[in-house]
Design a protein around this ligand. Structure first.
Ligand code: BGC
Length: 349
């Protein structure tokens, strides 16, 4: 079932609407047309107790800042692009420099999470389709493009996110969702360090200063990055390790095993035994950024709940960071004959 309500206004007085997708098990996902942002995600636990498991804010105006990208649809290109530039067919395109000497998440003030999307409800599919048209040159990218992000809630407690992009000129895309999950509930006022994580990744991309990948695809075996056997986030996060030190914890791209274009597979699982909730993540992409919330600044979120550093974790499905510039990384360059389509699913058990 889909309901909608007025949620606020943008500074240029566009109306912001919050759409609620509900299912028969008491699960509910609330998404707004401002930024196609996931605002709330109510999930029952084993005992049937419902908690909102994503961090966020109560009011639209708090999302005008949203320095941590709570719930955000990020794009057109998520993560780092070295020196903020990339080349397609011998033309160099420049993005804003907003993270040391590099670009992070396209644009903190005008990216996907800061624009109003058109929304269309599909009652039958229990989904809302958000659309956004970007002009040639907007934020530095070539091509008149049409983006769609669909959120769908299924009867088996899966929140499916489908991304689609078409363009009239070759361009770069790499959207993701930046929700911060805490399976105890956003208002538990605890970190995610005792949650257990499994990743279908026997390799990860090492980084150097500025969190730009070095290009090396390193095995996780024998390192703190080995989540191939489920373990708590806390187990190795404090280990003496240069890669952890560089980004103050986990903030790395993991290389998904058995990746095949368009094959949706289970890539991650998060278990919170105390809370009685488990989240499975499915994706058809080659990478996932596991970010343990190290750069969060303590703040008050929804219902005045206190969000500490590491108060949520992100599993951002994507092509590898800086893929546009790194030899050996798949480049998500699309063209008029080659649109972009991708699926990510957050499913609760
Ligand atoms: C990045 C972090 C960053 C966070 C918020 C993540 O995707 O990897 O380094 O602090 O987003 O911008």
């Amino acid at each position: 079932m889909i309901t909608e309500k007025k949620f606020g206004r943008t500074l240029d007085k566009q109306e912001v609407v919050l759409y609620s997708l509900k299912n028969e098990n008491g699960m509910q996902a609330d998404i707004m047309n401002y930024g196609a942002i996931l605002v709330n995600l109510f999930v029952p636990n084993k005992a049937g107790e419902v908690a909102d498991v994503v961090l966020g804010y109560d009011r639209v105006k708090d999302y005008f800042v949203n320095g941590s990208y709570f719930g955000a649809t990020v794009g057109p290109v998520a993560n780092r692009t070295e020196k903020g530039c990339f080349e397609i067919d011998e033309t160099i395109y420049n993005l804003v420099i907003n993270d040391n000497d590099n670009n992070l998440h396209t644009d903190a003030t005008a990216g996907f999470h800061k624009v109003v999307w058109s929304a269309e409800k599909n009652e039958e599919g229990n989904e809302v389709v958000f659309s956004y048209r970007a002009k040639d040159g907007e934020l530095g990218f070539p091509g008149n493009r049409e983006f769609k992000v669909t959120y769908k809630l299924t009867s088996d407690n899966a929140l499916e996110i489908h991304y689609y992009a078409s363009t009239d000129k070759k361009t770069l895309v790499n959207p993701t969702n930046h929700s911060y999950f805490n399976l105890k509930g956003h208002d538990c006022e605890q970190t995610i360090e005792d949650e257990k994580l499994w990743l279908k990744a026997s390799h990860y991309t090492k980084v150097r200063m500025g969190a730009i990948p070095t290009g090396e695809i390193a095995p996780v075996a024998g390192t703190p990055f080995d989540f191939t056997q489920m373990k708590t986030v806390s187990q190795d996060i404090g280990a003496e390790n240069v890669q952890l030190a560089l980004v103050k914890g986990y903030d790395h791209n993991f290389v998904i095993d058995d990746y095949e274009e368009s094959k949706v597979q289970k890539i991650a699982e998060v278990v919170d035994e105390k809370a009685g909730r488990t989240m499975e993540v499915y994706s058809d992409l080659p990478g996932v950024q596991f970010y343990s919330g190290n750069n969060m600044v303590p703040e008050f979120g929804k219902e005045d709940a206190y969000y500490p550093v590491r108060g949520g974790l992100c599993l951002e499905t994507q092509f590898f960071p800086n893929c546009a510039n790194q030899d050996g990384f798949i480049k998500p360059v699309i063209g008029p004959e080659k649109p972009f389509a991708s699926t990510t699913i957050y499913k609760f058990i």
